[in-house]
Ligand binder design. Sequence first.
Ligand code: TIU
Length: 219
Amino acid sequence: MTIEAEPYGFDFAPGQCALLIIDMQRDFLEPGGFGEMLGNDVSQLRRTIEPNRQLLARWRERGLQVIHTREGHRPDLTDLPGAKRVRGGGKVQIGDRGPMGRILVRGEPGHDIIPELYPLPGEPVVDKPGKGAFWSTDLHAILQHRGIRQLVVTGVTTEVCVNTTVREANDRGYDCLVPEDCVGSYFPEFQEMGLKMIKAQGGIFGWVTHSTHVLAALK
Ligand code: TIU
C-alpha cells in the first residue's frame, strides 16, 4: 500500500509500522511549562492536537502499534546534564517549581501527556532525558522485539525532538513518515525548514505527508 508523500510515495506496511508520538506533554503545550519557560508561545503547538487525536484513534481501531514519548528527568536530577540545566540563562531551570509542578521532572503533572492523547494501558511510554527518543532509552529494543521497521512520527517540536528522533531512527534503519499537520514548532520558519530537511535529497531522513493521506490508507 502506497501513501502519497514527498519526495515520493511511502511504501506502507501497517503491521510493521508504529505510530511514535513525541512529547505531547503539558510542559510543551500548556502555559507555565518548559516551553514557555524558554520564552516560547505555546499556543503555536495546539493545532497539532486534533489531527494527532484522529490519527491515534484510527491506529487504535486497527490494533496497530502505538508508542508515546516524554522528555524529562529523574526527580533527583541525576540524569540532567549541567549544560542542559543552565541552558537559556533564565531564572527558572529544569527541576524548579512551576504552575504544573517541577518543570520537566517525571511524575509531575506538567511532565505528563495531555489528556486528549493520553496513553492507554498496553501502549509503551518511553521516558527520554534528551531530545532524541533513541538516546539513553529502550525504544530501539522495543521496536525490534515488536518487528517494527517503519515509523509514523508525530508530536513536538518539529525541528527539535521530532527532527532529532527521525535522524536517530534513520541511522538505525527505520523508514520515517512525518505528517506535517501532526507536528508543530513554536516558530513557523522552523516548521517549514524542519520538514524540508527531512524530505530533501530524495528523502535523506524520511518522507513528509499529511494525516489525511495516512487516514485514507487505514480506512
Ligand atoms: N524547545 C523545543 O523546541 N523543544 C524541546 O525542548 N523539546 C522537544 O522538542 N520535545
